[in-house]
Design a protein around this ligand. Structure first.
Ligand code: PLP
Length: 356
């Protein structure tokens, strides 16, 4: 039950994955209670598993990645303080400006290389204490990096940033929505990433195939605070075990298979790289995303997406002339081949129109 319809190849995002049969079964059989009273055993179990996997003291189930980021921004920094973010980060681009309107924080953007901020650039942006300057309090890293096409901030890069954070007494947070993709791609334990940060979030509802949910992970004290912030934001859930049950299946069964998504992304990237007029940076294809440039095709990204859609291939635009495709559990080798063929024939059609 990977995709909604057999005909449509949905490469827009890994968020479109539907729950597995095993998840639905686990949801049906989940032992439930009121989680605001902390009486839901299934939620408790998921939180324990998540904390253990990440090598931290505690974890908290929240409704979404956006809520996880907001809860963590609010708990890692005080209103009016400054947060260092990569310039293309999800928190800055796609979360409705909650970091300012709700958390009251001032974003300080630093452009990274394929999503990885150079620690020296953070160091250079930290100014001495002075009555003119906002107080910096937090560094955020996104891993894998969405807008760069699922690129990995390596454990070494994480460590180097954490050293800057420690030197300046800043908190260090990871938006690890797809951190398991990074760990599987580099064949390392996920703790190689998480050990460098004070706290993090990861999503259950993306490549891990759950219908809903994200996890905030950190110290016991941080999670206690986060529990209250989640409640304030309307995220206290009652019989949340129905969400957690799928999360437990995800953490026990769905991580290793991410390698298949990565293979399919590489196959897809290599296939379209051969098409005349499409530019793909294969070095940036590190996990389950493929970003490519269509500026040589003489067609807007909006129209290109529409043409693919008419042929039952769904993709997203990321910026002018830039298209993104994401592989996930609903995408198999046959879908990849079909998508390459569709793109190839659309590009041929566009070239022949240009010549006519
Ligand atoms: C890196 C990153 N962070 C956060 C989010 C937000 O997650 P959600 O859509 O569950 O709010 C996303 C969603 O795509 C993401 O890619």
């Amino acid at each position: 039950m990977g995709m909604r319809s057999k005909e449509t190849i949905d490469l827009r995002s890994d968020t479109v994955t539907l729950p597995t049969e095993e998840m639905l079964e686990a949801i049906r059989n989940a032992e439930l209670g009121d989680d605001v009273y902390r009486e839901d055993p299934t939620v408790k179990k998921l939180e324990e598993i998540a904390a253990e996997k990440m090598g931290k003291e505690a974890a908290l189930l929240v409704t979404s990645g956006t809520q996880a980021n907001l809860v963590c921004l609010m708990n890692n920094a005080k209103r009016g303080e400054l947060v260092f973010l990569e310039a293309e980060s999800h928190i800055y681009w796609y979360e409705g400006g909650g970091l300012s309107s709700i958390a009251g924080l001032l974003p300080w953007l630093i452009r990274g290389n394929l999503g990885a901020i150079d620690p020296e650039d953070i160091e250079a942006a930290i100014r001495p204490k002075n009555i003119h300057f906002p107080e910096p309090s937090l560094i955020c890293v996104e891993n894998t990096h969405n807008r760069y096409g699922g690129t990995i901030v390596t454990p070494d890069q994480m460590r180097a940033i954490s050293e800057v954070a420690k030197r300046h007494s800043l908190n260090f947070y990871m938006d690890g929505a797809r951190i398991f993709n990074a760990a599987v791609a580099l064949k390392v334990n996920v703790k190689e990433f998480t050990r460098h940060v004070d706290n993090l979030m990861f999503c259950l509802s993306k490549s891990l195939s759950c219908p809903v949910g994200s996890m905030v992970v950190g110290t016991q004290q941080f999670i206690e605070k986060a529990r209250k912030t989640r409640k304030v934001l309307g995220g206290g859930m009652r019989q949340a075990g129905i969400i957690a049950a799928a999360g437990i299946v995800a953490l026990e069964k769905m991580i290793d298979r991410l390698e298949e998504d990565h293979e399919n992304a590489r196959r897809l990237a290599k296939g379209i790289a051969k098409i005349n007029g499409i530019k793909v940076n294969l070095d940036a294809v590190q996990t389950n995303m493929v970003r490519f440039d269509i500026s040589d095709l003489g067609v807007s990204d909006g129209l290109f997406v529409l043409k693919l859609k008419e042929n039952n291939v769904l993709v997203s635009t990321m910026a002018k002339n830039s298209i993104r495709m994401v592989t996930h559990r609903g995408i198999e080798k046959v879908h990849v081949e079909k998508a390459i063929n569709v793109i190839d024939s659309i590009v041929k059609e566009l070239h022949s129109k240009k010549q006519a």
